[in-house]
Each structure stands twice: as structure tokens, then as C-alpha cells.
Ligand binder design. Structure first.
Ligand SMILES: N[C@@H](CCC(=O)N[C@@H](CS)C(=O)NCC(=O)O)C(=O)O
Length: 235
């Protein structure tokens, strides 16, 4: 069986998807951390888009890099036990679509923490609140938890565990109203936070690293963090 190395950055949510999948499948793997602000030369050779994650597969003396988290997740489904995709094709297709929705949610989170002023911040928070409304409806229509697909932990769970993790750091900064009034979303968030594969997908000082990252943005969220006494909820 091949040996696997996951080229990672400590804050990257796309990397976490792959780490969670590997852990759920009980597949041993190595982590190789890189600094995205100081990329090593070898990284350009294995990552055509200059992004993490990259999974380096070593078999029969050959090392083959796989880039893009969706491709990595599918490769692991194709080659490793304990499927995280559902059995029927329609469900798999829908799950792929919700994984894409998860990536759009991450873009929304980036818009939130990069928002330069209160107006842009509120617009980003409102857009995210709408996205989580859609998820609340989906959870209400299709399953009874604890996971996205009910009893079975699936690839959609590997995508949303890292998404909810942002809110553990956002919550002490302020209530931006994004997850408010969404009981199924919040129950899903709690279940994911307690899942060992999700918990262990990041380094222990992840919350401090994310706070440092946010403080360096010089964006609206940075000002909320610096002036907690005057910060008020954006919504
Ligand atoms: N579509 C990619 C997105 C991965 C991505 O955006 N990775 C970020 C870090 S979270 C990255 O490596 N960015 C390059 C950079 O910051 O230079 C995937 O799903 O793997």
C-alpha cells in the first residue's frame, strides 16, 4: 500500500477536509507543514495552482502529487476503506453539490474577515446568514442528524467541520447573527466539534493562530477585536 503525505498549512480549511477523511478511514499519513507566505521551492513543482492541500502518494518508488481537495477526497474514496460517500449515485451527486456549497461558504467567510468597513462586513454577514438558512432547510428536509446525511458521517461533514471551526474564534469577537435561530445547524456544529477526526485535524494552537491571522488583516473584524468595549453586533 502506498504511503501518503499531506502537504498542509495550519489554518487551511481545505487541508482539514483531507485530514478528517484520512482519520475517518484510519489511514496512516504524514503531515508536512508549509508557510504559504514563504513557499518552499519544491512546492511549486507539486502544486500547479500554488495551493494546499497536496496529497503526495508514494508507491513503487514513485511519488505522485494530487492537488485540489475534492480530487484528494475522491481519490481516498476510490482507494481506501470506510466509504464517506453514500452508496447511490443521486446522493453522491447531491453531496458533491453541497461540498461546492461548502467551498462557497468558505469564500463568504473570507469576504467577512476581509471586509474593510462595517457596511461590507454587515453585507458579508447577511450573505452568510442566508447561506446557513439554506443549510438549515436542507437539514430539516432530509435527515434527523447527527450528521448531514443522518446516521452516516460523510464527505459533507468533512467539509463543514472546518467551516464551523471559524465560529469558535468569531463568537468571542461578537454575535454577527450568522448562525442565530438555526437549531439544526447549531446541533450539527456541536456534533462536528466533538468528533475526534474533526477536533484533531488542526494543531492545538489553531485558535491562537487564527486570531493572529485576523489581527493582521487590518480589516473591520480586526477593529472589532482591538476595541471589544465599543464593538457591537453587526446585525
Ligand atoms: N480549490 C482548492 C482551494 C485550496 C485553497 O484555496 N488553499 C489556500 C489555503 S486555504 C491556498 O493554498 N492558497 C494559496 C496561497 O495562499 O498562496 C481546494 O479545494 O483544494
Amino acid at each position: 500500500m502506498s504511503e501518503l503525505t499531506l502537504v498542509s498549512h495550519k489554518l487551511c480549511p481545505y487541508v482539514q477536509r483531507a485530514a478528517i477523511s484520512l482519520t475517518e478511514k484510519s489511514v496512516p499519513f504524514e503531515r508536512r507543514w508549509i508557510d504559504l507566505s514563504d513557499k518552499p521551492d519544491w512546492f511549486a513543482d507539486i502544486s500547479p495552482l500554488g495551493k494546499v492541500p497536496v496529497l503526495v502518494v508514494e508507491a513503487d518508488g514513485e511519488r505522485t502529487p494530487i492537488f485540489e481537495s475534492a480530487a484528494i477526497l475522491e481519490y481516498l474514496e476510490d482507494t481506501r476503506p470506510h466509504p464517506l460517500h453514500l452508496a447511490d449515485a443521486v446522493s453522491r451527486a447531491r453531496h458533491r453539490a453541497w461540498i461546492e456549497f461548502g467551498s462557497e461558504t468558505l469564500n463568504g467567510i473570507a469576504r467577512l474577515y476581509n471586509a474593510p468597513d462595517a457596511e461590507a462586513f454587515t453585507a458579508a454577514a447577511n450573505k452568510l446568514a442566508d447561506m446557513f438558512d439554506r443549510i438549515e432547510s436542507e437539514l430539516a428536509a432530509h435527515q434527523s442528524g447527527p450528521w448531514f446525511a443522518g446516521e452516516d458521517f460523510s464527505l459533507v461533514d468533512t467539509v463543514f467541520g472546518p467551516i464551523f471551526r471559524y465560529f469558535d474564534v468569531f463568537d468571542p469577537i461578537g454575535d454577527f447573527g450568522i448562525l442565530r435561530g438555526k437549531p439544526l445547524v447549531n446541533a450539527w456544529r456541536s456534533a462536528l466539534a466533538a468528533r475526534p477526526s474533526v477536533r484533531d485535524a488542526v494543531v492545538a494552537d489553531y485558535p491562537d493562530l487564527l486570531r493572529d491571522f485576523l489581527l493582521r488583516r487590518r480589516s473591520h473584524i480586526t477593529s472589532l477585536m482591538r476595541e471589544p468595549a465599543t464593538a457591537s453586533p453587526a446585525l
